[in-house]
Design a protein around this ligand. Sequence first.
Ligand code: ZN
Length: 285
Amino acid sequence: MDVIVQYWLGTFACPTLFRESSNKIRLGRRRHRAKVVGIQSDVTTTQISAHAWQLTRFGLVNAYLVRETDSFTLIDTGLPKGGEAIVAAAKDLNRQAVTPIRRILLTHAHSDHVGSVDQLAQLLGEVDLAISRRESPLLPRPPAQDRALEPGEPQCPLKGGLPGVTTTATHLVSEGELFGSLRCIATPGHTPGHFAYLDERDGTLYAGDALVTMGGKPHVSGWAPWFFPLPNFATWHRPTARQSIERLLNVIPAETPIRRIAPGHGKVLEGGAELLQQALAEAQQ
Ligand SMILES: [Zn+2]
């Protein structure tokens, strides 16, 4: 995956432009425009809801700052060497905070999501690091990393870059757990322990690579568009990825629906069940 990412970044990535996104978002009853609020080095910060900001690097890879009562939770860390810009963005958004980021919550262990974990841990000092229990054996660097598949899982080789990190996870999340304001939902398929996180305050689903929105439409991992095939190359088991999106439609209670999708790659899309249905329709073909 690293090699492919470098290839893509080297040949296709455009410099991030300072412009307001026209992506409309709904905050409460009012409609707002997603607004670029800052640029730190190569990271663009865009407010996506009352509680969250999207941090986009090279226009391709997203992490998210989610505001909690005490500090920010950072969902994913992007590619390597993004730590300083991420911390600077968090400080810009909350100048009073004693600790700019208190928790890092990972959707999965691929290189473009854990790339800056160690740098951030060094910069932040005390920070909680959380990942799903199933994904956690993939988090350490080899040889400590354990790629073994569990009984009952599709016995297909794992794909994508799994470089591992030296920082140790301090918390392993489980299905249904509430981590701060984020409901933890297992969405295996891209990797065996992939999780998505639903902020029940505003309906934002942090989808990691369970859903890709490059090109402005939702795609199940494994069915990403031809011009951004990275998630397809890195998907462990496509049928499981599709089942995870079907499952999302069933497990999310009607009182806390999905209202927007915040993916690891692509723009935030406003909408919920209809977007999942749209992605599933494509993935049936
Ligand atoms: Zn990814």
